[in-house]
Write a protein that binds this ligand. Structure first.
Ligand SMILES: CC(C)(COP(=O)(O)OP(=O)(O)OC[C@H]1O[C@@H](n2cnc3c(N)ncnc32)[C@H](O)[C@@H]1OP(=O)(O)O)[C@@H](O)C(=O)NCCC(=O)NCCS
Length: 173
C-alpha cells in the first residue's frame, strides 16, 4: 500500500498540508516548534510514506538537532499519517525506519513530545525521571530513547536549541 523514501524538496507543500490536517493549522504555536524555526530538519532522517499506486504522500517524519546539557540529541517530530489511513502501520514504519537510520548515523539519543502509550513500543520512556525537561512543555509528554549504550549517563537538563554550526553561520553571513 505504501513505501518509504527520503523527503524531496518538491514534497514540501504536500507535507505541510498533511501536517495541517493531522495537527491543525495552529500547530506552529506548540512548544516543540520553537526548536524547528529557522533551522533545517536533519535531511537524511526526513522521510515520507508514499502510496504505491500514485506516489501521493501518506505520511511524514522529520528530526531536528537539539542539545541536552551540552550533549547532542535529536528531536523527533512531527510525525503524521494520512488521517483516513490511521492504524495501517504508516506511523510505526516511519518511526522504526528512521530510528534505525539515526542509530546508523551514530546518533545516541532521541527525545520527542508525545503519548507514552504510542511511543513505548519503540523504547521511549518518560524523560523527566532522567532529569530532562523542555521549558514550557508538559513534563509527562517529554519522552526519550537511547540509541547507544549509556547514552543518557550524565546527560540531564533542558532541551535546548542547537546553535548553527560555525560553518553554516559563515555560509549564511
Ligand atoms: C500518531 C500517528 C502518527 C500514528 O500513525 P498511524 O499510522 O495511525 O499508526 P500505526 O498504524 O503505525 O500504529 C497504530 C497503533 O498505534 C496506536 N496508537 C495510535 N495513536 C496512539 C496514541 N496516541 N496513544 C496510544 N496508541 C496509539 C493504535 O491504537 C494502534 O495500536 P495497535 O498497533 O496496538 O493496533 C497518527 O495517528 C497521526 O498522524 N496522528 C495525528 C498526529 C499525531 O498525533 N502525531 C504524533 C505526535 S505525538
Amino acid at each position: 500500500m505504501f513505501h518509504l523514501t527520503t523527503e524531496r524538496p518538491e514534497d514540501g507543500p504536500a507535507i505541510e498540508t498533511l501536517l495541517d490536517r493531522a495537527f491543525g493549522t495552529d500547530r506552529h504555536a506548540k512548544i516543540s516548534y520553537r526548536y524547528r524555526s529557522d533551522v533545517p530538519p536533519v535531511r537524511q532522517l526526513s522521510r515520507v510514506a508514499r502510496a504505491d499506486a500514485d506516489g501521493r504522500i501518506l505520511g511524514t517524519i522529520r528530526y531536528w538537532r537539539v542539545a541536552i546539557g551540552g550533549h547532542d540529541a535529536l528531536l523527533l517530530g512531527p510525525v503524521a499519517a494520512e488521517p483516513a489511513l490511521k492504524g495501517r502501520g504508516i506511523g510505526v514504519a516511519l518511526i522504526r525506519d528512521t530510528l534505525d537510520a539515526a542509530a546508523w548515523m551514530n546518533a545516541a539519543r532521541v527525545v520527542l513530545v508525545g503519548d507514552i502509550g504510542y511511543y513505548k513500543r519503540f523504547g521511549f520512556a518518560p524523560a523527566a525521571p532522567m532529569g530532562i525537561h523542555m521549558p514550557g512543555e508538559n513534563p509527562d509528554r517529554l519522552l526519550a530513547v537511547a540509541l547507544a549504550r549509556n547514552a543518557f549517563a550524565g546527560v540531564s537538563g533542558a532541551v535546548e536549541r542547537r546553535r548553527l554550526l560555525r560553518a553554516n553561520r559563515l555560509k549564511a553571513a
